[in-house]
Write a protein that binds this ligand. Structure first.
Ligand code: OGA
Ligand code: MN
Length: 361
């Protein structure tokens, strides 16, 4: 339905005809081996047609990349992948990150698997109010994975190993559409700006009492990273807004101005018209998203009575923006302030879990 060139031309026409009606450019893809069922008119698709029992043929990998460039978020149901085959599959798209396990001792069997669940290394539910529990709450903020690394990531591939009966869906935001929907004056204002991303900022937003002062070891292990706010999406056509709750400040601005601009951008991007919600249905479901043009967040579930075991591979970006802009900055731009001094008391942005919501879970 959305793949004919006539449809594409119509969208392009919309872009020039009226910015309020603007739709981002959607590439047309020739029919291939895989079938994509859109989750919304221009963002997210459920994909069928992969034989998960064997390594993927190169043409299937190429089709996945095309679909990923088009839809941003791909849902594969009941893959049957194991830890080992999940990691093997992910290597089709590039080198994998070694998952950091800050504050949450590693549980999964391979170092490339990031643990996004609520279980500890003893296989028991992580107790409420422990540092590890608070750490997981950062995933409830809108973010994109690894923007806090100077070598950012392209895709994340998250696999369900155990699911709670209710809740625990994952929400996604289309950052190409969000960029397109920004008022022109903001587009002009942000065109060449650079944001500093720091994981300890998002941990502090989610849990100020626990992460107000990250330890020296934490800060040394995960220092801030610097990336442009406006980038060309991996489709090579659309511009995209690269921001996340990890974004602590915008370079060259006073703290108050920077905090308020970050809030404006995050509030804008998390509006419902840019979102899809993925409901995890079965063990083995795999959702793969492009961190370069989407944001996502975890949603609540009964995390003290239900187990949720989610394992994620994260693929290093190999594109033009892979290493951000740190090399172009002067030493004065790079923030070495201890603990983060920006005032975050303006409160959580909409759709972000507040302290009350976290405590009510
Ligand atoms: C992640 C993440 C959200 C979820 O794995 O990167 O943010 O719903 N997960 O588990
Ligand atoms: Mn994440």
């Amino acid at each position: 339905m959305f793949s004919s060139s006539r449809q594409t031309l119509k969208y392009l026409h919309h872009v020039s005809a009226s910015s309020t009606q603007a739709k981002r450019h959607l590439a047309s893809i020739a029919p291939g081996i895989l079938q994509a069922k859109p989750l919304s008119p221009s963002f997210g698709a459920e994909v069928d047609g992969i034989d998960w029992s064997r390594p993927l043929a190169p043409e299937v990998v190429r089709e996945i990349v095309q679909l990923q460039n088009k839809w941003g978020v791909l849902v594969f149901r009941t893959t049957g992948l194991t830890d080992t085959t999940h990691v093997q599959y992910s290597k089709n798209f590039g080198a994998l990150e070694t998952a950091h396990a800050m504050n949450k001792p590693r549980r999964a069997s391979l170092p490339q698997l990031y643990d996004a669940g609520n279980l500890g290394p003893d296989d028991k539910i992580i107790p409420q109010f422990s540092r590890a529990w608070w750490h997981t709450k950062g995933n409830g903020l809108w973010h994109t994975d690894s923007s806090f690394h100077q070598h950012r990531s392209s895709y994340s591939a998250l696999r369900a190993v155990e699911l709670p009966p209710v809740g625990g869906q994952t929400k996604y935001a289309d950052m190409r559409a969000a960029y397109l929907g920004l008022p022109n004056d903001i587009k002009e204002r942000i065109e060449n700006l650079v944001a500093e991303h720091w994981i300890w900022h998002s941990r502090k937003l989610a849990a100020p009492q626990e992460f107000d002062k990250p330890t020296d070891g934490e800060k040394a292990t995960l220092p801030p990273a610097y990336h442009k706010l406006v980038q060309i999406a991996p489709d090579g056509i659309n511009k995209t807004l690269y921001i996340a709750s990890h974004a602590r400040r915008i370079l060259g601005m006073a703290d108050s101005e920077s905090t308020s601009l970050i809030k404006i951008l995050l509030d804008h991007a998390q509006q419902p018209q840019y979102q899809v919600t993925v409901k995890w249905k079965n063990v083995g479901d795999l959702v793969q998203w492009d961190n370069r043009c989407t944001m996502h967040r975890a949603t609540a579930f009964q995390d003290q009575s239900n187990r949720r075991d989610m394992r994620r591979t994260t693929i290093h970006d190999h594109g033009p923006g892979a290493f951000g802009v740190k090399n172009l900055l002067s030493a004065d731009d790079i923030d070495i302030r201890a603990g983060g001094k920006i005032d975050i008391s303006e409160g959580a942005t909409p759709e972000t879990q507040t302290q009350e919501q976290i405590l009510a879970m």
